[in-house]
Design a protein around this ligand. Sequence first.
Ligand code: GLN
Length: 524
Amino acid sequence: MKYKFGGSETNQRTVLDHPSGLFVLFFTEMWERFSYYGMRAILVLFLISSILGEGGWGWERAEALELYAIYTGLVYITPILGGFLADKYFGYRNAIIAGAFLMTLGHASLAFEGFTEVFFYMGLGLIILGNGLFKPNISSIVGQLYKNQGKEKDAGYTIFYMGINSGAFLGILLCGYIGEKIGWHFGFGLAGIFMFFGMLQFYFAQNIFGKIGLSPKESQDLIQNNEDQKFEKELVEVLPKKIVRDRLIVISVFSFFVIFFWWAFEQAGGSMTIFAADYTDRLLVGGDALTFKIFNSLLTVIPMLIITWVLLMLFKQTFSKFALSNIFLGSSFVIVWIVVIWMLDREFRSESTEVPASWFGILNSFYIITFAPLISRIWQSKFNPTGPIKFAIALILMGLGFAILSYGSMGIPLGAQTASVSMIFLILAYLFHTLGELCISPVGLSYVSKLAPIKLVGLMFGIWFVANFIANYMAGITGSYIDPIVEEYGMTTFFMIFTIIPAVAGMIIWMLNNTLLKMMHGVR
Ligand code: GLN
C-alpha cells in the first residue's frame, strides 16, 4: 500500500490538491478560533461597560486591560504542557478532543457570568487549559498528513492558517456584533456553540487520519512504517545527538525572532486601536456611508462564499464515509449564514455615519483569507525563498507597515490628543502586516513540524507558542507608553520604534541564513 499522504484511504482524496483531512483540521481550527477570537473581542468591552444599563462589570479600563494581558498570555503558556502530554501519553487526537471539550465548558461557563463571578473566572481558566491541549496538537497533526517534507507542507500550513483566520474573522464579526448589540451572554454563548459543533465535527471525522495522532502506544507501528521517520531514525542513529540538537536550536532561533514580529503585530489591539479611535478620520459624509456599507457587506460575504465553497468540496470527498461529521459542520454553516444575513440587513438599515474603531481589526483576517491562496501558490512555484529569508521578509514588511503609519502621522502636532489622519494609512499598514504574517506564521509552523523529532513535535509547538506569551506581554507594556512618547517625541517617532526594531531583527536573521540552513541538515 503506497499512499501519497499519511492517514486513511479517504485522506488520499484531495481538495485543492491537498489531503481532505487537512480540511477537517481547517474547519475544526476555524470553529475553535471563532470562539477564541470572538470571545476575546468582547472581553474588555464587557468588563468596562457599566453594570446598570449595559450589563457589564463597570471595571476601569486599566484593570480590564490587565486581565486581558494576563489571559492572552496564559493562553499561550499552557501549550507547552499540552504538547508534552500529548507527545508522551494521550496522543494528539485525544488531546484535541479533550481541549475542545474544556473550551466548550469554558465558553458555556462565561455565558452564565450573570449568576456569579465564579462562572466567569472558571470560564477563563477552562479556556486557558483547553487551549493548551488543543492548539499545539492540532498544529502538529497538520504536518503529519504530509509524507513529503517539502513545499507541499508549507502550502498545507498556509491553507490551515486560512482556516484560523476564517474563524477569527467570523468570530470577531459575529460575537462582537451580537455581544455589543444584543447582550454579552449571547456573544459568549455563540462562541461556545461553535466550539461544541467543531468538536463533534472533529470527533466524527477523526478516522480519516488513520493512525496519525493516536497515543504513542497505539501508534508504535506507524512510527516504524513511515518511511520518512525511518529515514530520520537512521540519521539519528548515525549522528544521533548533533542533528537533533542543531534542529532544536533552529526552532529556538525561529521562536526568538518571531517574538519581534508578534511584539509589533500585537500593537493592533493596543496602540493601533487608539490611533484608529482618536487620530483617524472615520466620519463618512454623503454617499460615503452607503459606499462603506456596500464595501463592508462584500467584505463579509466574499469570505463566507469562499469558505462555503471549500466546505462543499470537502463534503464531496468525505460525505460517504463521514456523514455525521459533515452534518454537524453543515449545520453550523447554516446558522452562521443566517446570523450573517440578519446582521447585514440590520446594518444596512442603520443610520451610522462613522466607521467603528474596532472595524480595522477584521482587516487582518480578511487580508489573510484573500492573500493566503496567492502566497501558498508562490511558495509552491520556483520563487520559494528559504525559511530564514521568509522570516526576514516578514520582519521587514512589518517595519514597512509601521513606516507607513509613521509617515501618515507626520502632520500630527506634538502632544496632540486627537487628529484626523486619513484611514488609508491604517488600511495599508494592516495590509503590510498581514503579508508579513503570511511569510512568518504558517511558515514557522511548517518548520517546527519539519525540524522537530517525531516524539517531541507537540512540545516544540508548545515552545513556538510560548513566543506569543512573551510577545503579547511586551507588546502591552510598550504600547502603554504611547502617551508619554507621543507627548515628548510625537506619533511619528512612536511608530518608528516598530519600524526600526523589526527591520533590524529581519536583517540579522537574513545574515544568519547560511548558518541556519546548515543547522537544519537538509530540511527545506
Ligand atoms: N493568528 C494566529 C492564531 O491565532 C497566530 C497567533 C499567534 O501565533 N500569535 O493562531
